[in-house]
Structures are given as C-alpha cells and as structure tokens.
Ligand binder design. Structure first.
Ligand code: NAD
Ligand code: UDP
Length: 341
C-alpha cells in the first residue's frame, strides 16, 4: 500500500513514517519544512534502514501537490501538515485558516480526482473546548476557543459532510491528547522553532540550559496540587495508533473517530517531578498567572480505540520523560547539530 504522509518531517509525522516503514508500507512524504528540517529525512532512513519518496511541496500549491498524485498511486493519506501554535493562531488567524484549511481542501480535491478513498486526519483534544467532565468520550460536545482549534473542527466537519455525501470514503479522525517523548534512538524528536509553547519541550530546554526557568501557568486550579492536568501520551504510541487506524480503514468502516490518549492525567508539577527523576536534572520553576484559554483538567477515555482498533497506550510517564530527555540531551541544538552515538 502506498501511503502519502503530509507533514512527515514533523514531530508526530516522522515517528509515524518510521512505524509505517517498519510495517513495510510504501511511504511518500510531503513537507515544506515550515516547521521541520530536511535532516529528519536522513534520520528516518537511518532508524528504519528503509527508503521512501520525498517531495518538498507546500500543500497550498495545488499544481505542485498534483504532481505527487500523478507520480504515485496513492492508496491512503495521513494528513499531519498544519500550523499548530495556539497563541500564534490568535495573532495570525488568516495564516492558520489559509495554511490548514486551504491545503486540506486541495488534498480533498485531489483525493476525489485520483480516487483515493482512505484518509487519516490529525485532530486534537482541543476540539472538546472546555469539557464539562473527564474522562472525555468521543461523543462529547465540540467547541473551540481559538483559530487553530477552529481549523481542526472545520476540517472535522468537512470530513463528516464528505463521508455523508460519498459512501466510498473511509476516514479516521484521530484526536490526540498531549504527545511527548521521542524515538528510542534519540535521533528524532520534537524541535519547536523558538521558545516552545508546549510544556515538555520547554522543560527539556530548561534541563539542557537553553532556557533559565519554567513558568508554570497557575497553581490555583481545582486539582490535587493546583496545576493543570493533562493526558500525556508517548509519540511512539501515537505513531502506532496511525497504523492501527489504517488497518481499520481497510475494513471500509466509513467515518470513525478516536481519542488517542492514555486515560491518565498528570499535573504540571507531577510531570516536572517525573522529568527530574528521569533526567537527574532539577527544573527551576516559577508560578505565573494562568494562561488564557487553558482548561484545568483534560484527559481521555481511550476505550473506544482499544475496543475498535485494538490500540492502547503502552508507555508510562517515566519512559516518556526518559525518551524526551534522551532526544534533547543528544541534540541540544535540535536538528541544527548532528549528535550521534
Ligand atoms: P509539526 O509542526 O512538528 O509537524 C507538522 C509538519 O507539517 C511540519 O514538518 C511542517 O513543516 C509541515 N507543514 C505545515 N504546513 C505545511 C504545508 N502547507 N505544506 C507542507 N508541509 C507543511 O507538528 P506535529 O506536532 O507533528 O503535529 C502534527 C499534526 O498533529 C498537526 O496537524 C497538529 O495540529 C496535530 N496535533 C498536534 C499536537 C501536538 O501537541 N503536537 C496535538 C494535537 C494535534
Ligand atoms: N504549561 C505550563 N508552562 C508552559 C507550558 C504549559 O505551565 O510553559 C501548562 C499548561 O498550562 C497546561 C499544561 O502545561 O496545564 C500543558 O500545556 P501544553 O501547552 O503543553 O498543552 P495544552 O495546553 O495544549 O494541553
């Protein structure tokens, strides 16, 4: 099977490409490196000892994108490519709608034109907005609070409309909770541009001495220690979830939607402590104001994915922290510096 992976040079995409190659899928990666580095591609080849096709294409350029469909008989698409920084999306909404939605519409047009019927979409727990309770089940009401989240919800809605209209379509919407961790080799991992928005890359940058102190956004939530609770999931578990989703689509299920989380919530302070245990590094932190738009508690009920996909997260918080630290300590400057061995 030929799988087109958009955003395959990115954090979750690169780990998923490795997993797909391990399962002997033929992989075609498209990326414009807007938030990634070409070095990732060599690292994927090094880890998997397999090759794949790559196109440096911006998905908002439909003519260039069509070349990929012309030159490859694509059987399924896993669509990771997107801009993903919540705060930036508030400041630059049009960039987010243009990049995330227009590119996806072009993909959909080309899917129709080239009769590609299987599509896996990277959605997010952000589409649950401010959930009334936890754990979150897939049929909870959906709402969003920022343009990034809205771009995800709009695409989900378009997919639901398309599946209603076109019975040949098989779509898996995967709602990720909080991906952290890295490949066991330490060769690929998360490398945000500039100051990280997400907590784990921020913690690892403090640990490696690139940032002085972690700001913890609020300790007055109604949680065990006052800090926010999230469902952190190992990126390797997430990657495996995509292979399971592809296998599900082979059964022609129509539209399916799954939470990919562990079902366990950890507070910011619990995460910081787990990271210190794993790395032997003390993480200096200060408590600051709450971050606008943050929810107190967010964790998944992942039982639908377990029942229908046979997927369940295997890695615990300690291993997630160890693997994030291995990646960061071996690559203190990310992909800008090669550090092997
Ligand atoms: P990432 O930024 O590391 O990867 C996205 C990749 O897409 C990058 O390599 C980027 O260069 C590429 N890209 C972006 N726009 C493109 C375009 N127009 N044309 C071609 N390539 C383009 O992000 P990630 O963390 O790997 O996230 C992957 C997907 O998962 C995204 O859709 C994101 O919204 C979603 N998601 C991520 C998280 C998270 O916390 N990381 C949580 C929930 C959902
Ligand atoms: N957080 C924090 N400091 C940071 C980044 C995040 O205290 O520098 C907290 C944030 O308030 C939330 C948790 O860490 O409780 C996870 O935040 P992240 O941005 O990683 O994920 P999301 O908010 O999207 O769930």
């Amino acid at each position: 099977m030929n799988i087109l992976v958009t955003g395959g040079a990115g954090y979750i995409g690169s780990h998923t490409v490795v997993e797909l190659l391990n399962y002997n899928y033929n992989v075609v990666v498209v990326d414009n490196f807007s938030n990634s580095s070409p070095i990732v591609l060599d690292r994927i080849r090094e880890i998997s000892k397999k090759d794949f096709k790559f196109y440096e294409v911006d998905l908002t350029n439909k003519e260039d994108l069509e070349i990929v469909f012309k030159e490859n008989e694509i059987d399924a698409i896993i669509h990771f490519a997107a801009l993903k920084a919540v705060g930036e999306s508030v400041k630059k909404p049009l960039d987010y709608y243009y990049n995330n939605i227009l590119s996806t519409l072009y993909l959909f047009d080309l899917m129709r034109k080239y009769s590609v019927c299987k599509f896996v979409f990277s959605s997010s727990a952000t589409v649950y907005g401010q959930p009334k309770k936890c754990p979150i089940v897939e049929d909870f009401p959906l709402s969003v609070t920022n343009p990034y989240g809205r771009s995800k919800l709009i695409i989900e809605d378009i997919l639901r409309d398309m599946c209603f209209a076109y019975s040949s379509l098989d779509v898996a919407i995967l709602r990720y909770f909080n991906p952290i961790g890295a490949h066991k080799s330490g060769l690929i991992g998360e490398e945000p541009d500039g100051i990280p928005n997400n907590i784990m890359p921020y913690i690892t940058k403090v640990a490696v001495g690139k940032l002085p102190v972690l700001n913890i956004f609020g300790d007055d939530y109604d949680t065990l220690d006052g800090t926010g609770i999230r469902d952190y999931i190992h990126v390797l578990d997430l990657a495996r979830g995509h292979v399971k989703a592809l296998k599900k689509l082979e059964e022609n299920p129509g539209l399916v939607t799954y939470n990919l989380g562990t079902g366990h919530g950890y507070s910011v302070l619990q995460l910081v402590n787990a990271f210190s245990r794993a790395s032997g590094k003390k993480i200096p932190y200060t408590i600051t104001d709450r971050r606008a738009g943050d929810v107190a508690v967010c964790y998944a009920d992942p039982s639908k994915a377990e029942k229908e996909l046979g997927w369940k997260a295997n890695y615990g918080i300690d291993e997630m922290c160890q693997d994030s630290w291995r990646w960061q300590s071996k690559n203190p400057d990310g992909y800008r510096e090669t550090a092997k061995g």
